[in-house]
Design a protein around this ligand. Structure first.
Ligand code: FAD
Length: 346
């Protein structure tokens, strides 16, 4: 059964989230799909703890804090999130509108699509060993969905960032053994996590190796060991049941390039009145779009989302007059936002 919708937003980065808000003010409900398991796009994935200085009226705001605020701001409009699934197909329906399919097999029939796909869907950087991909989701994991799956196993965690360290700390006492392998002894994670891992290693509850994995051993159709060229201990083979690889995420434009939209290099060409693409009914906001003078900034995406929302409202309700209403004074806006109209207001 396809999900029926007026508006589907592809991408839950800051611009996709603000698009929910602008549509909500115009009484339009949105479904939001993102390939990642959490909302927030680049802000949450790439620089959650970094301060941003160019969000209007916020002299400084943390990137994750911005996302948390956006999530709070869109709460009155009850968007439906479909996370952890990539939109793979967008095709026209016979009736006006589009069919979207996702990697999780969900199908949407929607009258409009807003692509807020940023620099593309983030994909894990893969472990580059010949033939290792056939063990993916059996012995090789790029994401921990169910931690209990890894309890009692000989685990190798690869990487030196927060994900690698966080899962190392979470699983060290639950695993049969745990080895953390990073290319050097300089980690990129929070200092406190690094400190805790070193304490566990010193207590013999896990092992830290500086080096790189260059091959694996297998027997009976299973990976049994990883061969590591270490910086200090020479060649080492680490016995393994499960490999958790956290080499980071890299964005890939991916399927968006195949949706028949006019592109300018790797960005979707739009007009600057409606932010509509070459396919009427499909809009694009944020880093993913291109027009002369485009700047990949969050504030540009916010502006684009506001104008796109008006265009979408007009497309869906061509006979309705759409007035610009201030959130300060309009009782209609207050009703939609679920706030009280001050006495003497509106
Ligand atoms: P994104 O944040 O990229 O989000 C897009 C989302 O779409 C992603 O979550 C992705 O998984 C999803 N997606 C893509 N394709 C699909 C698909 N097919 N199916 C499902 N989901 C999909 N900007 C500023 O204004 N000020 C700053 O100070 C600033 N600092 C920055 C610092 C760093 C280190 C970086 C990397 C960027 C910075 N930026 C800054 C840029 C800013 O982060 C981007 O402009 C902003 O994130 C764009 O938002 P977006 O919603 O368009 O896209």
């Amino acid at each position: 059964m396809a999900v029926q919708a007026d508006c589907v937003i592809v991408g839950a980065g800051p611009c996709g989230l603000f698009q929910v808000f602008e549509l909500g003010l115009l009484d339009l409900k949105a479904h939001v799909i993102d390939a990642l398991p959490n909302a927030g796009g680049q802000c949450a994935e790439l620089y959650p703890d970094k301060p941003i200085y160019d969000i209007p009226a916020w002299p400084v705001i943390g990137a994750q804090e911005l996302i948390d605020n956006l999530m709070k701001q869109i709460r009155p409009f009850h968007p439906t999130f479909h996370l952890g699934q990539q939109v793979t197909e967008v095709t026209p329906l016979d009736s006006p509108g589009f069919r979207l399919r996702t990697s999780a097999g969900t199908e949407f029939h929607t009258r409009t699509v807003i692509v807020a796909g940023g620099v593309g869907a983030f994909q894990p950087v893969l472990l580059k060993l010949d033939g290792i991909e056939k063990f993916e989701d059996r012995q090789l994991f790029y994401r921990v969905k169910d931690p209990s799956l890894h309890h009692g196993k000989h685990l190798v965690v690869l990487g030196g960032g927060d994900s690698a360290l966080d899962w190392t700390l979470a699983l060290a006492d639950k695993a049969a053994s745990l080895t953390l392998i990073h290319r050097s002894d300089k980690f990129r994670a929070q200092d406190t996590s690094i400190g805790k891992a070193r304490v566990l290693a010193a207590a013999g509850r896990m092992r830290i190796l500086a080096g790189h994995v260059h091959a694996y051993e297998q027997a009976g159709g299973r990976v049994t060991g990883l061969k590591v060229k270490t910086v200090t201990e020479g060649d080492v083979t680490v016995p393994v049941d499960h490999i958790l690889a956290f080499y980071g995420l890299s964005p890939k434009l991916g399927p968006i390039a195949d949706w028949g939209l006019n592109l300018n290099k790797h960005q979707i060409a739009v007009d600057t009145e409606k932010f509509e693409t070459s396919t009427p009914g499909i809009y694009a906001v944020g880093d993913i779009n291109y027009y002369p003078g485009k700047k990949k900034l969050i504030l540009s995406g916010f502006h684009e989302a506001a104008l796109a929302a008006f265009a979408i409202k007009h497309r869906l309700f061509p006979n309705e007059k759409i007035h610009l209403q201030y959130t300060t004074t309009s009782s209609v806006m207050h009703q939609r936002l679920g706030v009280e109209t001050p006495k003497g207001g509106a």
